[in-house]
Design a protein around this ligand. Structure first.
Ligand code: FMN
Length: 420
């Protein structure tokens, strides 16, 4: 089934079931524009055989970034660079969809000391995030308008679709969660109020891009934190999204406080994987499938062809979303489609600074944070290498990855400040 095309509700067709899920690239220039590194990276991925490539987080507002090095699309000065980006992907035979996003409180201090969020609830990870302030009514309306504007620009640049990022604890996900949304106006309180921003953004984007352009939403099945967005609430939001006209619902889970989407898949589990254990959100997707009328894409943990095919055959997912293996073997989709490869690289388990007290399960939030930085940093390093036309470097160590990550993101943030 992996090689079968999929026709979306808007009439658009995806050539096969492989999607490279969003991975923030951190490769933009000091004015937040795509660079030659993006072109080389996506040229590499486009040749690899996946029908759909999602960009990493593209920001709708240059004041609030997920990370220095994000591409920002807020006016038409970026159109020529975006067009080139779409062209290299099309030349490789794939489609390019933009993941559009606002980080809310998950915006590093070096970018903004007081980002907007639903409520002033600070994220306390290694002192890296400032205390946010509650967005005003006017700012909320501006967020809706900016999502629509960014979607319009992306469509004009020739990208093939957009994905609205409402997962992983970014702004729209913060509004959904009662832990971070403590408002008592029309945007907070009961779920219908907390979901209002996401639904308003989807509506505004649809009005702007028209009926035939693909819109996806990435949503958490659960935040996996106490007092956060739950599976039950997710099911209700999906029921509302049914009427909003979206074409592909991507299911993930977790926030910066509990990075469930980075869960490491130990070798042992992949070797004797049942499909339930392999893709971590599949069991939630089964419940979501019961409500959803749009096609689903489950992302997180898929590592074997058997696991992917079983999930497709059982109707638990319509697309297979995969991220980290693209940084190790960018050609894996072609190899799997040709029957030459059954198991993807799964080196996640080795990407930690230590075990026990030092490991990712450490009782200390600070040490867990360092491990997550090392983990992400290892993949950022591979992305930078491919952006420079080099092959991935498998034996790169997690401590180097941690230091390089901190060094690069700090350097990029300072260069951005100097350029303004
Ligand atoms: C380096 C890196 C960057 C990521 N950046 C994003 C992002 O920009 N947007 C997003 O929605 N998810 C992001 N993710 C999460 C992935 O899209 C995906 O949900 C997660 O890695 C689980 O899939 P996997 O097990 O196939 O890697 C990122 C993951 C990695 C490893």
């Amino acid at each position: 089934m992996l090689e079968q095309s999929l026709t979306l509700p808007c009439g658009h067709m995806l050539p096969n079931r492989f999607c490279k899920a969003a991975m923030t690239e951190g490769l933009a220039d000091a004015l937040d524009r795509p660079t030659a590194q993006h072109l080389r990276l996506y040229e590499r991925w486009a040749r690899g055989g996946a029908g759909l490539l999602l960009t990493g987080n593209i920001m709708i507002d240059q004041r609030y970034l997920e990370r220095a090095g994000n591409v920002v699309v807020q006016d038409d000065s970026v159109l020529p660079a975006l067009r080139e980006w779409a062209d290299v992907v099309h030349a490789g035979g794939a489609q390019l969809w933009a993941q559009i996003s606002h980080p809310g409180r998950q915006c590093p201090r070096l970018v903004n000391l007081t980002p907007i969020a639903p409520s002033p609830v600070q994220l306390d990870i290694l002192g890296n995030f400032g205390k946010p302030r509650a967005a005003t009514q006017q700012e909320i309306e501006e967020v809706i308008a900016r999502f629509a504007e960014t979607a319009d620009l992306v469509q004009r640049a020739g990208l093939d679709g957009v994905q609205i990022h409402a997962a992983h604890g970014y702004l729209l996900s913060q509004f959904l969660s009662p832990r971070t949304n403590q408002r008592n106006d029309a945007w907070g309180g009961p779920l219908a109020h907390r979901a209002r921003l996401l639904l308003a953004v989807v509506k505004a984007v649809r009005e702007r891009v028209g009926a035939a352009y693909p819109i996806s939403v990435k949503l958490n099945s659960s935040d996996f934190v106490k007092g956060g967005f739950t599976l039950e609430e997710c099911l209700q939001v999906v029921a509302w999204l049914n009427d909003a006209g979206i074409d592909l619902l991507e299911i993930s889970g977790g926030t910066y406080e509990q990075v469930e989407f980075f869960r490491q898949t130990p070798d042992r589990e992949v070797r004797d994987s049942t499909r339930q254990r392999e893709a971590m959100f599949l069991q939630y997707a089964a419940a979501i499938q019961g409500v959803a009328r749009m096609p689903l894409m489950v992302t997180g943990g898929f590592r074997t062809r058997a696991g992917m095919e079983a999930a497709l055959a059982a109707g638990q997912t319509d697309m297979v979303g995969i991220a980290r293996p693209f940084c190790v073997d960018p050609d894996f989709p072609s190899k799997m489609l040709a029957g030459q490869l059954d198991t993807l690289p799964h080196n996640e388990d080795h990407l930690r600074l230590g075990t026990g007290y030092w490991g990712p399960n450490s009782p200390s939030a600070g040490l867990r944070g360092l491990n997550n930085y090392a983990h992400a940093g290892w993949y950022y390093h591979q992305i930078e290498r491919m952006g420079a036309g080099q092959a991935p470097e498998q034996d790169y160590g997690p401590l180097n990855a941690l230091l390089a990550h901190l060094w690069h993101d700090t350097g990029r943030a300072l260069r951005r400040k100097r350029a303004r």
